[in-house]
Design a protein around this ligand. Sequence first.
Ligand code: MRU
Length: 414
Amino acid sequence: MAGLQAIKYERGNLQVLDQLRLPHEFVYDDVSTCEEAFDCIKAMRVRGAPAIAIVAALALAVELEHKKDGAVTKEDVVKYINARLDYLMGSRPTAVDLSNAIKLLKKKSQDAATASTIDQTQASAEVRKTFIEVAEKILEDDLTSNLAIGRYGAEYLRRQQMPVVTPIDHNEQLRYFTTSPPGTQGAPDSTYRKLSVLTHCNTGSLATSGHGTALGIIRSLHKMNYLDHAYCTETRPYNQGSRLTAFELVYENIPSTLITDSMAGALFARKKTEKNISAVIVGADRVARNGDTANKIGTYTLAVLAKAHGIKFVVAAPTTSIDLETESGVFIKIEDRAKTELTQITGAVVGKDGKVNVNNTARVAIADQRIDVWNPSFDVTPHDLIDAIITERGEVVRSPKGTFDFKTIMPERW
Ligand code: MRU
């Protein structure tokens, strides 16, 4: 798939885009050991729940591809895999995708060892091969999932739009589509208002194997000609919105506007006039069994504001981000990050002529360095503030009782 790629992989070779340098520089680093993957994830050179899991899995796959010490037993290989995966698990705690990937990789490696009755050398090669294939499938499945989430999400949001009978004036008319866009079930003669949406943090190609989850829905809305305008928040303190999402939106030529996190209320308040936001779409780091959702700090605030303004609040998440073993959001461990994320900032220097000098980046202090700081990286949005969770298997909407029933889409894991 063409376009932005955070992760480039072919068997035996993994390269990861250094997102700390974006949007100014486009540099890929080789990641060929678990130590390098751990550092890359911890330092947030790669971030986003699915991308973290994919990089961890593929880094070990690369290690195993190059580790051809023939004499080891299959039990040794399984032991090695488990120890390396346990180490990688310590990189970032909140996103469930990493722990789900690790559970799957451990199980499949053990199954391969148990099933193998051939001689020792071949058996250990078999376990290695199984691990590599499962890791590669995680990468492949993520892209397929994202494309499905994009489609389901765009269709769900379009269904929430009421048909418009009389457009107000010519300019307004441009904001409508008057025939059903290709591939939709809408009545051909209906006139629907196009959607304007807000998203938070970064959930696009850079946070996944490609296309993205929440940003994937925006991409799909745009492609299907349902999108009027996308707003993205800056996403303090780490600015994934301004550094990454704004970059992706511009890169894709999607009509878009950047706002600070604190402007969301003012934006929503203009819903009935020119801004007309229909939905907030966010990703997820972990969705608990009851639908409570951990996502980037600031998500909860947006959900409260959306409710107050009658705006739909939608979570886009692959089923790998749904954690049925965690009953509710209170049990989700929230990662605390360094105080310097608030007190310092890195950027490219802007010359007197207003031009950005991409070769000259600087770290600057933006607060008194002695101030005490609280920096939780994520918050939990209670399920009763969420209207729908869009997965690759379809949407799960909040029931009239206020609950989410994942049994309908994940009967095998229920
Ligand atoms: O700290 P980050 O940048 O890893 O946080 C990312 C988010 O919160 C995303 O919204 C989430 O991981 C979903 S990415 C598809």
